[in-house]
Design a protein around this ligand. Structure first.
Ligand SMILES: Nc1ncnc2c1ncn2[C@@H]1O[C@H](COP(=O)(O)OP(=O)(O)OP(=O)(O)O)[C@@H](O)[C@H]1O
Ligand SMILES: [Mg+2]
Length: 424
């Protein structure tokens, strides 16, 4: 029986470490910062008024500097840490109303956790290590070994079941940790810096692995990371924490477009926005467009480009499908020695492949560098959306400003050049 992904509601959750949280909370409400409160009361604010929902089936990344409360928040989700106040619901059910037995069942069936470093038992085979959680939960041997084998297959270690941990690389051992969590087929996976100890290449591999697993079977994954590029790559949504406060929750795009405050702005400064935004996000409609009409057009097109001091124009069908690009040069040479009307298609530049609007900006850089013309962009249905020039790409890649402001790229960089539709 497959577990379906479940949502987690976090409702005004506070965690103060220490015997008498009230005084510390009162000071926190007055706006005193975490270190002052620690000095005055000896109490540490772990999490302050976290309030948001993690949707069923999403990868939700929690980010923040060391000590900002990420682990504390995540450990409250399976009650490894009890909140000082507030409620946590899994698919609507308050987990604090569970008794011991129900809590064990929740941890066994619904929520698994993967840590940054966890000890594999050196004297136990990889299979038995993977089955350990199930064994502790009292699952019979045949069942748990079958589940463990299946989990090992999922992380690409199917052939290593009989091996021992010291025969595995660090990355492979971390996969065993993931397999151990998957063996219970949980609907929720909590991953606390699970990939942080891995070297960069293996880490990227593990991220892809996780995305692949997520395609096969959607779980709710709460993933803690220090690494913003990792967060942007795998997170459907991201929460950014500072001193126990959740300062922003949003999609990678939302956070990059509209950082909630200076802290977030600082945080995202180094991020590679080109792996988050897509061609459709930065496309410009300010390039000359001409509609194809049977039998004529090239001469008028050339005149129009010359009048506007433009080098390229984008040709679309009557249904606004992208057809090709003409340039002043291509038009001139097509018209050379030609009498009478000439259809635009005879002047198309060769080998022009339009960019799909959902392609990542990162994947355009090579093409932009090798093509003289601004790259034409089409939607999924083939309709022409506009083009992306090198200048536009460079402006996007400039890391000192948010890559795309809330109103869209054109709101901040208006460059009005009227498009010419129905031109023939
Ligand atoms: N058991 C504890 N007793 C007292 N204070 C604690 C305890 N656990 C955590 N804290 C405090 O709570 C705050 C948040 O710690 P937490 O471990 O959640 O941070 P984190 O964001 O996971 O950091 P890191 O990135 O270093 O893992 C810190 O100030 C920490 O000192
Ligand atoms: Mg931590």
């Amino acid at each position: 029986m497959l577990n379906v992904a479940k949502s987690i509601q976090i409702e005004h959750v506070f965690k103060v470490f220490g015997e008498h949280p009230e005084q510390a909370l009162a000071l926190a409400r007055q706006g005193l910062d975490k270190s002052t409160i620690l000095e005055k009361t000896g109490h540490s604010i772990g999490v302050y008024d976290a309030h948001f929902t993690i949707e069923a089936g999403e990868i939700f990344v929690i980010m923040g500097l060391s000590g900002s409360g990420k682990s504390t928040l995540v450990r409250m989700l399976n009650r490894l840490i009890e909140p000082s106040s507030g409620a946590i619901r899994v698919e609507g059910e308050d987990i604090h109303s569970l008794n011991e037995r129900e809590l064990r069942a929740l941890r066994r069936k619904d929520i698994s956790m993967v840590f940054q470093s966890f000890a594999l038992m050196p004297h136990m085979s990889v299979l038995d290590n993977t089955a350990l959680g199930l064994e502790l939960a009292g699952v019979d041997k045949a069942t748990r070994q079958a589940a463990a084998q299946d989990a090992l297959e999922q992380v690409g270690l199917g052939g290593w079941a009989a091996s021992y941990p010291d025969e595995l690389s660090g990355g492979m051992q971390q996969r065993v940790g993931l397999a151990r969590a998957l063996a219970a087929d949980p609907s929720i996976l909590l991953m606390d810096e699970a990939f942080s100890a891995l070297d960069p290449i293996i880490r990227t591999e593990m991220q892809s692995e996780l995305l692949r697993l997520q395609e096969i079977r959607q779980r709710t994954i709460v993933f803690i990371s220090h690494d913003l590029d990792e967060a942007m790559r795998i997170g459907n949504r991201i929460a950014i924490m500072k001193d126990g406060h959740v300062v922003q929750v949003g999609t990678p795009e939302e956070i990059l477009r509209q950082p909630a405050n200076e802290y977030v702005r600082h945080f995202i400064k180094g991020v590679d926005a080109s792996v988050v935004f897509k061609a459709g996000d930065i496309v410009s409609g300010a390039h000359p467009v001409m509609q194809e009409q049977a039998g004529h057009g090239a001469r008028a097109a050339l005149r129009m480009l010359q009048d506007r001091d433009r080098e390229f124009a984008y040709v679309v069908s009557a249904g606004h499908r992208f057809r090709g690009i003409v340039s002043t040069d291509s038009l001139r040479s097509a018209l050379e020695g030609h009498e009478g009307p000439l259809a635009l298609q005879h002047a198309f530049l060769p080998d022009v492949a339009p960019v799909q609007s959902d392609e990542l900006v990162a994947d355009l850089l090579g093409r932009a560098a090798t093509h003289a013309y601004p790259l034409p962009v089409v939607a999924g249905d083939g309709r022409f959306q506009g083009a992306i020039s090198r200048t536009r790409l460079l402006r996007f890649l400039d890391r000192d400003t948010p890559p795309i402001p809330p109103g869209g790229f054109d709101a901040a960089h208006a460059a009005p050049v009227s498009a010419e539709k129905g031109f023939a």
